[in-house]
Each structure stands twice: as C-alpha cells, then as structure tokens.
Ligand binder design. Structure first.
Ligand code: ASP
Length: 439
C-alpha cells in the first residue's frame, strides 16, 4: 500500500458539509492515510476564519475587554459541526481546557493553535483515524526557529505507529513545551513536513481552487489551469506575485523529491496542478504561466567609459544598501546600468539616493522612470526553442505596448519585461493570447 499525505485547508473543513466532502475524498483512496487539517475557514464571503476569531479573542484579553462572546462564537461553530456530524469528538472538554488556560494567561500562539487542534480532533473522530498531536513532534528552538531534522525524526517515528492518522497543522512546540505556530497559512508547512516524514508518494494539498492558473483571472478571462509545473517554474511565478503555497511548504517536499498535487475539495474530479522536480517535467506547451507586478521605479545611470571603471556597480549597490533598498533587476548596457526597484522600498528616499549616486559615482546623468511594471513569462518549454522572444515582442508590438526593459534568465526559463503601469494588463493579455489561445 502506498501513502499519500492529504492536507485540507480552511474552506475544506469550514462546516459539517465540507467535512463530509473531505471525508468522502479521503475514503475514496486507501492511500490517503495521513491527513493534515487547517482550522475552519470562511463558509461564505463575509464569514470569519476561526483563526482570525482566535486572534481576536487574544486581543480582547490583552485589552481587558470582555471576551466571552468571541469565545462563545468559536465554541458554537465547533459544537455545531460536532453535532451535525453526530460525533463525540470532545469539543466541550476542549473548551473547558481552553478556558482554564485563558485564566492562567495563555499565549497568543496557544490560543491561535486551538483552531487546528479541535479541527483535527473532529476529523479524526469522523474518519475513525487516530489523532496525533503536533505538539512535541513539530519542534522549534528556544528562539523560535523551526527544527527541520529533529521534527522529521520525531514525526517519522510517531507516524509509523499509526496506520491512519489526522495531524493538526500550523503549530508545534518550543523546548519548554509551549505552543508555537508557524506564520499564517502554516498548515501547508505541516503537510509538507509530514509528507517528508512518511516518505509519501505525493503531498496532496486540497483547497478551494483547481490548482494554479496560467494567469491572474482578474486580468485574463477564464485562464487555463496549469496541469504540471516544475518547482523552479513555480518559484519564478511566485516571485513575480502569483499566489501559491506557503514558501516554506515547498522546501521539505522538494528536497525529498515528493510531488505536490494542488486539488479542489469542491471539484474532486479535477486533476489540479501537479508540482514536480524539474527533470520530471515534460513540456506540453511553450509557456507555463505569466505573472507580474506593478509599481517599480527604474533608476538609469549613464557614465562615459563606465565599462572600464572597476567597482562602478559595486559603488551604486552599496549606496542602495545604505538606504536598505533591495533591487529586483540590474539590466546593463556598455556605459549604462539600471536599477529596477519596487516602489515600496523607495518611499521618501528616492531624491537622497539619486543625490548620493550622482555625487559618489560621478555619473554623467541619472534618469528616473516611474510607474513601471514587470511581467514574467515563465516556462521551461521556452528553453532552446527558437523564436519565442520574437513571438513575445511581436505580440506586444501588435498590442501597442512599448517594452522598456528586457531580461532573460540564462536558464531561458523566463523572459522578464518592463512596461509602463498603464500597459500592464494589456501586455499580460497579449502574451496569454499569443502563447495560449493561439497555440
Ligand atoms: N489557520 C491558520 C491560518 O489561518 C493556518 C492555516 O490555515 O494554514 O493562517
């Protein structure tokens, strides 16, 4: 028998109906033996996530404001699920314990973790799986650093004791036994480390979308979903702002060579997106996805004979470092170099930075282009294929988009272009149409 780790996000366990759907998915495949759950998420648009309510509870306590009502709302949600599923998962006792801990001054992390804790108790009772607490297994150092190897060893030993288990996501413990959570969205990380610990065949990440889309649906109408993507391509798209998994969730499974499958609990018939090692990726199309970000500033520096002046770029970089500014790209020409910088780093600093560059590098001129966007077209299918950039640039020219900057990674896996903010959406649509629709 194989083993799959199936992680279910907040919307997959938001209420009794969703828990039933989740149960059906798990039972449909005997290999789904290790289940990781989030706290219940939103049931409808204006609903609250349980984790947000738990943080709200903590805020009330800190402000010495009455908190019983918030606590009651959270308790009612869990009791409702327990009742509707006809279970006894110990929800009442859990809340007695929480109240006792609150009266002794519970930490924010402890409070926040209870969403996952009770969610896992309910899921375990519903499935007839063992509940395995993440406390004591998922470990952090006294300074709060996640202990990768210690956790892997402990989790691996613990999970082999259970044929089928449900593990709460999002939290673990400090050396003194206190609860410590990952950052928001951290149940993805728990799922990934569990997958590594049991050497899973696949790490299934069940959410409410059928995988990643090739482009932002707010820009491109009905974009296709990505069937298969490599870790490297995913990194490029994520860097450019496509919203994907929690960054730290990718690392453990990538290292272990375990593919991730993003699936939709509400559409289990969809295959979703499969994320695989770079060498396992077979390219179906030329491009895999398009992502981009607005609001960059380009600082272009010109100096005659710059290319013969050792240390020129270093001097510019150290000025930017002094201002704590990080740089996205550094396109360069013979006697020019440009710094592409996200606007959020420049607030109130730009004039001083330019003064410094002019003074310290004796540049002939420094020009600033504001309101720029960057767009990455990503796909390992572009590598070693002729005519891809020609096609891209023709599409943009036909759409009347002026390209202000071009940067192609040496892996030939991405082409990044700079355009003016006003052309951002038009450019993405033009690229999508050329490479996806017209293929
Ligand atoms: N419940 C946590 C959050 O809302 C962790 C997670 O769902 O991944 O951030």
């Amino acid at each position: 028998m194989g083993v799959k780790v199936a992680k279910f996000g907040g919307t997959s366990v938001a209420d009794a109906i969703q828990v039933r759907k989740t149960g059906e998915i798990i039972r449909a495949d005997q290999d789904r033996r290790i289940v990781v759950v989030s706290a219940p998420g939103k049931r409808f648009d204006t609903d609250n996530k349980v984790t947000d309510l738990l943080y709200l509870l903590k805020t009330h306590i800190e402000q010495n404001a009455p908190y019983e009502q918030v606590l009651q709302t959270i308790r009612d949600r869990f009791l409702g699920v327990e009742r509707e599923l006809g279970l006894n998962a110990g929800v009442t006792e859990e809340f007695l314990e929480i109240e006792a801990r609150l009266s002794r001054g519970a930490s924010a992390d402890y409070i926040a973790s209870r969403g996952e804790h009770i969610s896992a108790k309910i899921m375990a009772a519903y499935l007839g799986y063992d509940f395995v607490d993440a406390a004591g297994l998922v470990q952090f150092s006294a300074k709060g650093k996640f202990l990768t190897e210690e956790t892997n060893a402990a989790l691996s030993a613990a999970l082999t004791e259970h044929e089928r288990a449900v593990l709460p996501g999002f939290y673990g413990t400090l050396p003194d036994g206190e609860i410590k959570t990952f950052s928001r969205g951290g149940s993805d990380i728990t799922g990934a480390i569990a997958a590594r610990a049991v050497k899973a065949d696949v790490y299934e990440n069940w959410t409410d979308v059928s995988g990643f889309l090739m482009a932002d649906p707010r820009i491109v109408e009905n974009p296709k979903s990505i069937g298969i993507i490599s870790y490297e391509e995913l990194r490029e798209l994520a860097y450019m702002g496509a919203s994907v998994l929690h960054e730290n969730a990718i690392y453990p499974v990538r290292m272990a060579g375990i593919p991730i499958n993003i699936r939709n609990t509400n559409k289990p018939e969809d295959k979703g997106t499969l994320i695989v090692a770079d060498e396992q990726k077979q390219d179906n199309g030329i491009i895999t996805g398009i992502a981009g970000n607005r609001d960059f500033t380009v600082v272009a520096i010109y100096k005659n004979m710059m290319s013969a002046e050792p240390g020129f770029i270093k001097r510019v970089l150290s000025i930017l470092e002094d201002y704590d500014v990080s740089i996205e790209h550094i396109p360069s020409g013979i006697d020019t170099v440009s710094m592409v910088i996200a606007d959020r780093y420049l607030e109130g600093k730009l004039d001083d930075i330019i003064d410094d560059i002019e003074r310290k590098t004796q540049a002939d001129s420094v020009e600033v282009f504001e309101k720029m966007s960057l767009i990455a077209t990503v796909g390992s299918g572009m590598a070693a294929r002729k005519g891809v950039s020609a096609k891209l640039f023709t599409a943009l020219a036909d759409a009347d988009v002026n390209i202000r900057m071009i940067d192609q990674g040496s892996s030939e896996m991405n082409i990044i272009i700079g355009v003016e903010n006003k052309d951002f959406e038009k450019a993405i649509r033009a690229i999508y149409n050329t490479f996806v629709i017209e293929q």
